[in-house]
Write a new protein. Sequence first.
Length: 260
Amino acid sequence: MLVLDHINPLYSLSGLLVGFLVGLTGVGGGSLMTPLLVLAFGIHPTTAVGTDLLYAAATKTIGTGVHGFKGTVQWKIVARLAAGSVPATSLTLWLVHAQKGSAANALITLTLGWALLVTAAAVLFRKTIVKALAWRATGMSGRQVAASTILLGAVLGTLVSLTSVGAGALGMTVLLILYPRTDIAKLVGSDIAHAVPLTLIAGLGHWLMGSVDVSLLASLLCGSIPGIILGSLLAARTPDGVLRPILASVLVLVGVKLLT
């Protein structure tokens, strides 16, 4: 009840907008929510990242339940990703905790800016990137694919712990390259399922460091849940060729703003 008393309608409206865009485009909320919290509301980068990680864990748990019910989760892929992301997340959180407040904020802002630019490229040129590189994965052995997946998990663990960005657009792009014969729906389900332990562990780590705002988290969820539902319902009616360039342009502008 105490948390509900501190719901901020402006944050809920932001959650509604981001949730709607996530449902519409499929791009992870971290790419949109964290920069919005930092640039529009002036929230410290560490608090924005920590709060957004638990926000993502809550929303992606719902998504995992849906995909699990539909049988579109490849748990072998999830386990490989987690084998890399869990230790990488723990190490990254320890390094962030070892930094002083201003140094940690500067590191997160810099990494977030570059992560958004790379995410924009992945959003805009995913098909081209996958087409250019997928042929190499066909010649890889099972062990090489497994090792590459674990390495991908480690990269995502580091990136997501620092910025809350990357698990969606970047992770899916590489998975499409490594597993070209796997049904896309199963790769999406696996990517979402892996994001749950990744964002939960990273979010709890930030919470232990005191960089999670519970009232902000509740406000965001109040808006994002109906927003995701609405965006998902309208996704099939909205041309992908229009959405992706617009979204990529927004990510580039925000990334450049953070770096300058």
